[in-house]
Design a protein around this ligand. Structure first.
Ligand SMILES: [Zn+2]
Ligand SMILES: [Zn+2]
Length: 806
C-alpha cells in the first residue's frame, strides 16, 4: 500500500509534492510519442486487433473549496507552510460533515487527498479543545508511520502525535498513553493491547473526539468482520467513560461505501464520493490476447496423454505474460519508459526475460534496457534500478506489486497491467503510475484467460463507469461474533444493551458461550469465567492456523488459515510468500506446520478437491416460478485429492499428482438457484447436457463474483448437480469458503440479477467455441473441468434471468 494520499491544492504541481514518504522518481528523458500514436502502432502488430476498447480518461482540473470557517488561522498557516493552498471540494465537504458530528466516509480515487479530509476536523478540534484526543487506525504499520510524519510535520503545539504499535518500546508506551493526543495504531494493537488495557487508557478514551479509519476497504471478509467487532468494543469502552467519538473513514472508490462503512462501525455513515482533485489524462486500452488455433504449437506442446488430462479442452488464448512481454519490448523499442505490472515474481521475470530476448533479436544489446523488479531486493539495489530508470539507462521494468510497497515511481510514459489485479482500487493505483505532469499517458490492461478479465475487457463500463464492487463483511458470522463477545466480556461484563450494540446473532452467541461454560450470567450481566483471556486472532477463523517453516533455517515465514492449508500447503505445493517462492516438502497436520524450502520452479501448483454439500437452513429466498433463488446455511464436506502442476510461462499442464489428505467440514453461507427440469427442457437443454450446463454456469458465476464483492475467486467455492437431495431440483450452489460465511454469498444473493447477467454475458461473449479458461473452465475444478457445456450454460442462465426479478 502506498501512501499516495497527500493531494491538496498546492502552489506547485501536485506530483512534485505528492509523496512525502517515498523516493519520487520523476521524468528524466524527453517526452515519448503521443499515447494514441503509440497505441496505434502496438495494435497494428498482429493479424487481429486485440484491443476491445479505448477509453480516453480526460485530464481533470481540481475544484478547490474555501477553508472551513472553523479551521483556525494557526491550522491554515500550518497547512499552507506544507504547500496546501486550499482543500479540494470533497475534502472540505467531508471535513465539514465530520466537524458537525456526522460519521462520514470519503471514498475517492487514488491520490485524491483523503488525509486532509480527516486531518482538518481532527486537528481543529485538538487545537480548540486542549483536552480532546484522536485515534487513527491504519491497516499497516508503514501507513501509520507515513501519517505520523505528515501530522508531525505540521508542527502544531500540544498535539504530540505518536505511533503506538508492536514496535513501540515499552519505555515510551506510558508516555504516549498519558500525553499523546493523536495516537496512530492498527486494529491488531487495538484488539490485543489498547482495549484489554482500557483502564490505563481511560484518560485518553474519555476525551476521544475522533476515530479515523484509513484505507477501510481493506477490512473485508472474515478479517473485516472481526475489525467491525473490535470497533464495537472500542465504542463500548468509550461509552463507559462517557465519550461518543465521531468516526471518519477513508476508502478507495467502491460500490455503496456508506453501507460498508455502516456495517464496519455499526453507525449511520454519510458518504462523500465526488472526487474534486486534479488528475492527468490517460489513454486506457483494454487488450484481449488472441485465441490460439487448437492445433497451434503452444496447445499441442504437451499431448493430452502426457498430462493425464484427457478431458481438458485445448483451446486457449495466448498467455497474458507473453502478450505483455511483447508489448514491453515494443514500447521500449519506441523509447517509451514503461512499467509492466505482473502478479507473481516469477511472472515478472518471465516477462522481462522474454522482452529482453525479443529486443536483443532486433538490436543486439537493446535487451539491457529492460529489467525485472521484485520484492526481496536490497534497498540499494532497488535505488539503483530507480536511478537507471530516471536517467533512461533503463526503459522497461517488469514488476510485482512489491513496487507499490517500496517506492513511488511516477512520470512513466506507459503502464502495462498483466491481468486484472483483483479490485478497481489496485487497477487505478497501477494505472496511476503513468503520466508526467501535464502529459497524456498510456495504460493497457492485458486480460488473462479468466472469466472476470474476459468480462471486463468486453464491458468497459464496469471499469470506467460507476463502481459495482462493494467491500463486504459479515459481523453476524457466529464464528467471529462469539470470540469477540468473549473478548468484550473480559473487558467488562456484558449487559443487555451490549447485545444491541453487537447486533444480529449476539443473543444466540452469548447463550452458547454460557452453555459452553465460558460466561456466567449474574444479575449485573454476563461475566467471563476464566483467568486467562480468550486467544482471538483477527485474521484467523476458528481452524488452527498452520505455521509455514523454512526447514533449513527453522525460520517461521508466516501462517496460513487451517481452512486454506490443504489447498495451499499440501506436499509439493508451490507457496508464494511476499513474492518469494517456496516448495512444500511436508504438511504435518498433527503439528500444524508445513516444512518448506526456497525454490523457484517454473511451474505453479493447483490443488483439486471433491465436495459434498447439504442445506442446513434457508435464510431468505425468491420464488420466481420455475426458478428459485436462495440464501442460507450449508454444510460442505471437501477433500483435497490431487494437484496439477502447470508451466508458468504457458499455463500448460505438466501432470496431476494424487494427495492423501483427510476431508474437512465447513459450516458456511451459500447462495443457490434451482430450475425446474421442464424449464430446462423448454430452453432446449437435453437431459444429458444438464450436468455440463450447470457446471459451466457455476464456474463462470464464481469467476464473476469478484465483480460484485471484493473477494478472490479462491475465497468462494461451488457445487452443481442435476438433482440435489435437499432441493430436489437441478441446482447451482456458490458458498463462502470461510466458516460462518464472509459476506460474499450474501452480496451475490443481494445482486443476483446483475451478477448472473454479467456471468451470462461473459460466457456468451467469449470467442471460443466449446469453452475455455476465459469463460467456463476453472483452475480449481475438482472434476477436471468435465463435463462442461458452454452453449447450455447460456441457456440455463437465460432461464434464470427471464424469471428472476431485477
Ligand atoms: Zn471461452
Ligand atoms: Zn468444476
Amino acid at each position: 500500500m502506498t501512501s499516495d494520499d497527500f493531494s491538496s491544492a498546492r502552489h506547485t504541481p501536485r506530483r512534485d509534492l505528492e509523496s512525502s514518504s517515498a523516493a519520487t522518481v520523476s521524468a528524466g528523458p524527453g517526452p515519448g510519442p503521443a499515447p494514441a500514436d503509440l497505441l496505434r502502432r502496438l495494435r497494428a502488430r498482429g493479424a487481429a486487433d486485440p484491443v476491445t476498447h479505448v477509453e480516453r480518461v480526460p485530464a481533470r482540473a481540481g475544484v478547490p473549496a474555501p477553508w472551513p470557517s472553523w479551521a483556525s488561522a494557526e491550522l491554515r498557516a500550518a497547512f499552507t507552510r506544507r504547500g496546501v493552498v486550499a482543500p479540494w471540494q470533497h475534502q472540505a465537504e467531508a471535513a465539514n460533515l465530520a466537524y458537525e458530528g456526522q460519521h462520514v466516509i470519503v471514498a475517492t480515487g487514488t491520490a485524491s487527498g483523503k488525509s486532509l479530509a480527516y486531518q482538518l476536523p481532527a486537528l481543529a478540534t485538538l487545537l480548540a479543545d486542549p483536552r480532546a484526543t484522536v485515534l487513527y487506525l491504519a491497516p499497516t504499520k508503514a501507513l501509520a508511520a507515513d501519517q505520523l510524519r505528515a501530522v508531525a510535520a505540521l508542527e502544531l503545539e500540544g498535539v504530540r502525535p505518536a505511533c503506538y504499535d508492536g514496535d513501540t518500546p515499552r519505555t515510551e508506551r506510558e508516555w504516549i498513553r498519558r500525553h499523546s493526543r493523536f495516537v496512530l495504531t492498527n486494529p491488531d494493537m487495538l484488539h490485543h493491547g489498547i482495549l484489554p488495557g482500557h483502564a490505563q487508557w481511560s484518560g485518553f478514551l474519555r476525551r476521544l473526539a475522533y476515530v479515523v479509519i484509513d484505507e477501510c476497504h481493506t477490512y473485508r471478509g472474515v478479517f473485516g468482520s472481526h475489525v467491525a467487532h473490535v470497533l464495537r468494543r472500542l465504542r463500548r469502552q468509550c461509552a463507559r467513560f462517557g465519550a461518543t467519538p465521531v468516526f471518519v473513514l477513508a476508502s478507495a472508490t467502491s460500490g455503496d461505501p456508506a453501507t460498508a462503512a455502516g456495517r464496519l462501525t455499526g453507525l449511520p455513515v454519510t458518504a462523500v464520493t465526488e472526487d474534486a482533485s486534479p488528475r492527468g489524462g490517460v489513454t486506457f486500452a483494454l487488450w484481449e490476447p488472441p485465441l490460439l488455433p487448437p492445433d497451434s504449437s503452444a496447445a499441442s506442446q504437451v499431448p493430452p496423454q502426457a498430462t493425464g488430462e484427457h478431458d481438458e479442452l485445448h483451446q486457449v488464448r495466448r498467455s497474458a505474460l507473453r502478450e505483455t512481454a511483447d508489448l514491453l519490448a515494443d514500447t521500449v523499442a519506441e523509447g517509451v519508459r514503461t512499467l509492466a505490472f505482473v502478479r507473481s515474481r516469477k511472472g515478472a521475470e518471465v516477462v522481462a526475460a522474454n522482452a529482453r530476448r525479443a529486443l536483443d533479436d532486433a538490436v543486439p544489446g537493446l535487451g539491457d534496457r529492460v529489467a525485472a523488479y521484485r520484492g526481496g531486493y536490497l534497498r540499494e539495489e532497488r535505488r539503483e534500478l530507480e536511478r537507471a530508470l530516471l536517467h533512461g539507462d533503463l526503459l522497461g521494468l517488469a514488476s510485482t506489486n512489491a513496487l507499490e510497497l517500496g517506492v513511488d515511481l511516477v512520470g512513466l510514459d506507459a503502464v502495462l497491467i498483466c491481468g486484472y489485479p483483483g479490485t478497481r482500487a489496485s487497477l487505478w493505483q497501477q494505472a496511476g503510475r503513468a503520466g508526467r505532469s501535464g502529459q497524456e499517458a498510456l495504460a493497457v490492461l492485458v486480460a488473462r484467460d479468466d472469466p472476470l478479465d474476459t468480462y471486463l475487457v468486453h464491458h468497459p463500463e464496469a471499469i470506467f463507469g460507476a463502481p459495482v464492487e462493494a467491500t463486504v463483511l459479515d459481523p453476524a458470522n457466529p464464528y467471529v461474533l462469539a470470540p469477540q463477545l468473549a473478548c468484550a466480556a473480559v473487558e467488562a461484563p456484558l449487559t443487555p444493551a451490549d447485545l444491541v450494540l453487537f447486533g444480529e446473532g449476539a443473543k444466540e452467541a452469548v447463550d452458547e458461550l454460557v452453555a459452553a461454560g465460558a460466561l456466567r450470567q449474574r444479575p449485573t450481566g454476563w461475566y467471563w469465567r476464566h483467568w486467562e483471556r480468550p486467544e482471538v486472532d483477527l485474521r484467523g477463523e476458528g481452524g488452527a492456523p498452520v505455521a509455514v517453516v523454512e526447514s533449513s533455517t527453522g525460520r517461521l515465514l508466516g501462517t496460513v488459515d487451517g481452512s486454506s492449508s490443504h489447498f495451499l500447503l499440501h506436499s509439493g505445493a508451490v507457496y508464494l510468500h511476499q513474492g518469494v517462492s517456496y516448495v512444500v516438502d511436508q504438511l504435518d497436520l498433527a503439528d500444524g506446520c508445513a516444512l518448506v524450502r526456497a525454490e523457484e520452479p517454473d511451474w505453479s501448483t493447483h490443488a483439486r478437491d471433491v465436495t459434498d454439500l447439504s442445506v442446513v437452513s434457508v435464510r431468505s429466498y425468491v420464488d420466481a416460478g420455475p426458478v428459485g433463488m436462495f440464501l442460507g446455511e450449508v454444510d460442505v464436506t471437501s477433500q483435497v485429492v490431487s494437484y496439477q502442476r502447470r508451466r508458468i510461462a504457458t499455463g500448460e499442464v505438466i501432470d496431476t499428482r494424487p494427495l492423501d489428505l483427510p476431508s474437512r467440514e465447513l459450516r458456511t453461507v451459500a447462495v443457490w438457484f434451482t430450475l425446474s427440469p421442464q424449464s430446462l427442457a423448454l430452453a432446449g437443454v437435453q437431459p444429458a447436457d444438464v450436468p455440463g450446463a450447470l457446471h459451466a454456469a457455476e464456474h463462470a458465476a464464481i469467476g464473476l463474483l469478484p465483480l460484485m464483492a471484493t473477494c478472490d475467486r479462491w475465497d468462494i467455492g461451488g457445487l452443481s448437480t442435476a438433482l440435489h437431495p435437499d432441493t430436489e431440483a437441478p441446482t447451482v450452489f456458490v458458498y463462502d469458503g470461510h466458516p460462518g460465511g464472509a459476506g460474499f454469498a450474501e452480496r451475490a444473493y443481494g445482486t443476483a440479477a446483475a451478477w448472473l447477467r454479467a456471468t451470462r454475458d461473459a460466457i456468451a461473449e467469449c470467442g471460443c467455441e466449446a469453452g475455455c479458461p476465459s469463460c467456463v473452465q476453472s483452475p480449481k475444478c475438482g472434476n477436471g473441468n468435465n463435463p462442461l457445456s458452454k452453449p447450455d450454460a447460456i441457456r440455463v442462465l437465460d432461464v434464470v434471468l427471464t424469471n428472476l426479478p431485477d
